[in-house]
Design a protein around this ligand. Structure first.
Ligand code: AHM
Ligand code: MG
Length: 326
């Protein structure tokens, strides 16, 4: 019974007692994100009924235009966070500019629904978020020009075979699974540690011809047979960052989204995709790099900046860095 009743809020309150630096407002902010996650999860689970119920782009029963799921997720987070009184400002993948809210101590960055190409085919998608202390009540882009090391918390929600909320406030990484029957996130993965080294690599192999020679050499190396170093590694790629990251966090391995001839800075976004996940992976004992620099040391010059991303088990990412910096 004890196990079934340790929900996210209770866990946060107990953590707060252990670490008094985590304020009560912080717990409130997390409850707001969890509420948004439950609402998004409900809508994601209905996505398959779009044609039957006449969703996207059509009108719902009250005559409102029904938005695409990624816009819906963005609006849900924006409204809940901005009305909560804890977030003074937001930066989102779905907002061109920063969002100014009325009051609060924190800045929240997020990708409301990542993996959009997987929404319509019943494949896992996710929400990613990061939290900073505000620097000023006036929220402009400059406030987001700071290294990921300044994050005070980060997390993600994966909408998969079940919905999971994974987060860190700097004291380890913890995972909660949504029990839909009671509508609560219940502690299911306490103190997640990523294996030092894993056997999984995740990358879009279709781009192989567009990569640098050093990266091609690395991929050739890890797909060669060698019993002693447990090669070849296994390829697993979903095409949803949160889902690929989550699997590798639990099993060990490396996720790669490199720069290539077409995208010189890669595809993924530094502020609200790479840095929150880098924060989580470091808290779990792993590592994230752009090939040269730790992701958490990078400073976004603009909110939608892209970065190459190599993230996962420490030994795997270090091994890759050696190839890239030859
Ligand atoms: P999105 O923001 O359009 O959803 O794109 C981000 C997604 C990530 O979830 C995933 O890691 C990547 O795009 C996959 O890209 P690709 O299809 O080029 O392999
Ligand atoms: Mg995205």
């Amino acid at each position: 019974m004890e196990k079934q009743t340790m929900n996210l809020t209770r866990f946060l309150i107990e953590e707060q007692r252990k670490y008094p630096s985590a304020s009560g407002i912080f717990t409130e902010l997390f409850s707001e994100i969890a509420l948004a996650a439950k609402i998004i999860s409900r809508e994601v689970n209905k996505a398959g009924l779009v044609d039957i119920l006449g969703y996207t782009g059509s009108k719902n029963v009250t005559g409102d235009e029904v938005k695409k799921l990624d816009i819906f997720a963005n609006n849900t987070l924006k409204h809940i966070l901005c009305r909560g009184g804890n977030a003074i400002g937001l930066a989102s993948e779905e907002e061109e500019d920063v969002v100014q809210c009325e009051s609060g101590k924190y800045l929240v960055v997020f990708d409301p629904l990542d993996g959009s190409s997987n929404i319509d085919v019943n494949v896992s998608i996710g929400t990613i978020f990061g939290i900073y202390n505000k620097m000023d009540d006036f929220v402009d882009k400059k406030q987001f020009r700071r290294p990921g090391r300044e994050l005070v918390a980060a997390g993600y929600i994966i909408y998969g075979s079940s919905t999971m909320f994974v987060y860190s406030t700097g004291t380890g990484v913890h995972g909660f699974t949504l029990d839909p029957s009671v509508g609560e996130f219940i502690l299911s993965h306490k103190n997640i540690r990523i294996p030092e080294k894993g056997k999984i690599f995740s990358i879009n192999m279709g781009n192989y011809k567009k990569w640098d020679k050093n990266l091609q050499d690395y991929i050739d190396y890890i797909t060669e047979e060698d019993k002693e170093t447990k090669r070849p590694y296994s390829l697993r790629y979903i095409g949803s960052l949160v889902a690929d990251f989550h699997r590798n966090l639990l099993y060990g391995g490396i996720f790669l989204y490199p720069a290539d001839k077409k995208n010189p800075s890669g595809k993924l976004r530094l502020l609200y995709e790479a840095q929150p996940l880098a924060y989580i992976v470091e808290q779990a004992g792993g590592y994230a790099s752009d090939g040269k620099t730790p992701i958490l040391d990078k400073i976004p010059s603009e909110i939608h900046e892209r970065t190459p991303l190599f993230i996962g088990s420490k030994e795997n990412v270090k091994e890759l860095e050696k190839f890239l910096n030859r």
